[in-house]
Write a protein that binds this ligand. Sequence first.
Ligand SMILES: Cc1cc2nc3c(=O)[nH]c(=O)nc-3n(C[C@H](O)[C@H](O)[C@H](O)COP(=O)(O)OP(=O)(O)OC[C@H]3O[C@@H](n4cnc5c(N)ncnc54)[C@H](O)[C@@H]3O)c2cc1C
Length: 520
Amino acid sequence: MNRTSMLRSVADAQDPWDFVVIGGGATGVGVAVDAASRGYRVLLLEQSDFGKGTSSRSTKLVHGGVRYLQQGNIPLVMDALRERGRMRRNAPHLVHDLEFVVPNYSWWEAPFYGIGMKVYDALAGKYGFGSSHNLSREETVERLPTIETDGLRGGVVYHDGQFDDARLLLDLARTAAGQGATLLNYCRVTALEKDGEGYVCGVHAVDEEEGTKLSVSARVVVNATGVFTDDIRRMDDPAVKGMIRPSQGVHLVLPRRFLGGTSAIMVPHTDDGRVLFAIPWHEVVVVGTTDTPVEEPDLEPLPLAEEVDFLLTHAARYLTEDPGPSDVLSCFAGLRPLVGGEEDGDTSSLSRDHTLQVSSSGLLTLTGGKWTTYRKMAEDAVDHGIVLGGLEPQECVTQELNIHGFHSHPERFGELRFFGSDAPAVEALIRSVPTYGDRIHPRLRPRIGEAVWAAREEMARTVDDVLARRTRSLVLDARAAAEAAPAVAKVLAAELDRDGGWIEAQIESFSRIAEGYVLR
Ligand SMILES: Cc1cc2nc3c(=O)[nH]c(=O)nc-3n(C[C@H](O)[C@H](O)[C@H](O)COP(=O)(O)OP(=O)(O)OC[C@H]3O[C@@H](n4cnc5c(N)ncnc54)[C@H](O)[C@@H]3O)c2cc1C
């Protein structure tokens, strides 16, 4: 993926695009992959970086959703379990099976959750990961050496999927590009274009790097802007009633010593009825999440003090060592684009199903849902878009489409396994210049060569692109990431032909972002 050639293909386009997709999160990039792989001409415009919004801030689970099973939403769970299986099949380098343990402290929990998990297994059918079973107290401690043993009676094991959300998003963007789509980051849609009869027939956008304006024509315009969905809908109809209720979820990142072993903890019912996870991920533990309604969408939402307190208090209840603020390596917040409900109601009960809406002027809005169901959401949207745009119908092919980087044995590539089939090329690049083998920071795994790769192959344009999403450094250790910024800025400047002023501005801007991930 190269931004200059992507811009050129926009400038050279003579005919209207079949699909113009607004938004480069899981929803929009999923649509781009689906439509491009059916042979349609696709342009995707993202105002910031791919995955800058909610799609890099999830709990990193590819799951049916045990919580939705509790809510009795069986079709949602079944759809998601099927998609979970497909995601692992199509991107084995980034999606894998993870064992979860529900620790039991009351007599009724073993039969209750034991039966519930058997239902979960049954709903997965042939897409099942591993089967669930009950554990004795000793077996539970064996799997979770740091679990609070006071009052512990046993546990229930079940299986779900885990992934690296931002890395999968980038590989989906590369899949779409490989199928012929044009994708631009840092290109914000500012207005919709309508024809003489009032139908949406294109968009106006601004290239945020150069400040230049773009106008593109489209047969179908897809609004896939997550929590910003209503902003685009109001470009179509300023009087339209808002449909999105953003809900913030916060995660704390702790050192691995807090959760020994390789299993995750799932607490099905916290004090306020939420589900809480403590999950081993890369070399850390991710604890989350919360569900707090917020008024205004933001690309860099900030955790609230009460959310942090809630997570620390509950983590302390289930772990032998009580984590304190100084143990937190990073704290990140994301906004769920939940649809509907009463203005001041509780967001945790709002549906996680997706919503597809066509406005009277033909704007196709796709929102809600979950990362796990991105492929199914895209298939639905493109099926509708074909009718809406009067396009020659083509069958969806994404059920078994390998995602960029697909490799059946990524573990062969050691610390570069997340690159999948790209790993040998990344390794060759790292070896090509002695300094490329240096780590970006003593406490962070990635090497300088990976920042070079990000700029050359993954359209990274800023220090934040490299540290937050291409390497995940910001969410793994925010202080170390801030300290790595000067080295990364220097490498990027050489790749992108930028000067000293740009380096200074990048370091300052990233330091400000990283501040929001550090607990004081
Ligand atoms: C805390 C939390 C935990 C979650 N955990 C999980 C999980 O474990 N598993 C799971 O399956 N799901 C999970 N989800 C849900 C999942 O992350 C979301 O459903 C999904 O990421 C939404 O993707 P999206 O593309 O719709 O939104 P986003 O990722 O926010 O993408 C929308 C994009 O639109 C862009 N945009 C906005 N306006 C414009 C414009 N004018 N021009 C161009 N671009 C624009 C934004 O910059 C943004 O990048 C979680 C969500 C949260 C908040």
